[in-house]
Design a protein around this ligand. Structure first.
Ligand code: FAD
Length: 295
């Protein structure tokens, strides 16, 4: 099913993100993760592309297809265009169609020197989105950044670029992680005031260890609220306590978002089913009340 149809039927839409194993990684961990996530009845599970050191569309395809066929859960296959020619992308689209993948998160990808040297077919995600929209039947998701993308001159410029991206055919948006819900509300208000009216799903990542969060903050530029910094400082040497506090903090964010009203929440669970389980158990009653009341 196309994800834009899921948004038409129910809100909030609940989704998880997983990443395929690295070449030398343990595929069983990913299977175990999906086994556990499936029990939590998500509306869809997304599978990253090129993250964690992999850059093989087949890994994403295999996972996305398995989620659909074996678990009967809708999947969202991420795809970046930063190092691909049009032919590479067309080959990927053909395979995705053959495997009945209906949803693509269309991304540019992070730039690095080797990517710059490549003659890539599309400069921005909006170019990729336009191409998919004009040539293929997929439902198209796109990324957005409540605090502005790290390369953008300002949040306003980034929002104008987002408006352009949406106008090229994006059907829904998933946000970069954030730790301060006010940043998300401000962003959503500004997006709506620019007539960006497709569903916006809030991306939430629980902090599980200090290193992980420092890397995510470096990549995303997300602001760390004082309350959050205190948790990091207080429990950084006690991984179990930090994990508990991280899950509690993310749960608080989720409860606030859901209670205020949100199109969907996307949980970056880092292939850790036990984390997904705890987060979901903290919000499941709230989700069921919201769904039964139509929000
Ligand atoms: P774009 O929308 O192209 O934006 C990139 C930059 O260009 C922004 O600063 C934007 O303001 C600017 N820009 C856009 N259009 C124009 C224009 N017309 N003129 C001038 N400037 C413009 N990365 C992976 O490698 N694999 C993944 O699986 C993955 N999944 C992700 C999932 C989510 C939900 C998010 C939020 C990010 C994900 N990323 C992933 C990271 C993403 O690839 C990076 O953030 C990347 O740097 C930007 O991708 P984009 O699609 O947002 O790019």
């Amino acid at each position: 099913m196309k994800i834009n149809q899921i948004f038409e039927q129910k809100k909030p839409v609940i989704s998880f993100e997983i990443f395929p194993p690295k070449r030398d990684g343990d595929v069983n961990t990913v299977y175990k993760t999906i086994d556990e996530l499936a029990k939590l009845n998500p509306d869809y599970i997304s599978v990253t592309y090129g993250a964690a050191g992999t850059e093989r569309s087949d890994d994403t395809l295999l996972m996305a297809s398995m989620i659909k066929q074996k678990y009967k859960i809708e999947s969202l296959a991420h795809l970046t265009c930063v190092s691909s020619s049009k032919k590479d992308l067309d080959d990927i689209f053909d395979k995705y169609e053959q495997h009945d993948i209906e949803n693509i998160l269309a991304l540019r990808g992070d730039l690095n020197v080797s990517h710059e040297a490549n003659s890539r077919a599309f400069k921005y995600a909006s170019d990729l989105i336009e191409y998919i929209h004009d040539t293929r039947p997929f439902c198209i998701g796109a990324a957005c950044y409540p605090e502005g993308h790290v390369e953008a001159r300002s949040r306003t410029v980034d929002l104008i670029n987002l408006k352009h991206k949406v106008s090229k055919g994006a059907d829904f948006l998933v946000t970069q992680l954030f730790f301060d819900n006010e940043k998300f509300y401000d962003f959503r208000n500004e997006a709506r005031s620019l007539d960006i009216d497709i569903p916006i799903t809030a991306g939430i990542m629980p902090v599980l260890n200090r290193k992980q969060i420092e890397r995510m903050v470096e990549l995303s530029g997300a602001t760390l609220p004082d309350k959050f910094k205190k948790i990091l400082a207080r429990y950084e040497h006690n991984p179990k306590a930090l994990q508990d506090a991280g899950i509690a903090y993310a749960s608080e964010q989720l409860i606030d978002l859901l209670s205020t009203g949100v199109d969907g929440v996307h949980l970056y669970v880092m292939n850790k089913p036990e984390v997904a389980k705890k987060l979901v158990s903290n919000i499941e009653n709230i989700v069921s009340v919201l769904r039964s009341s139509g929000q």
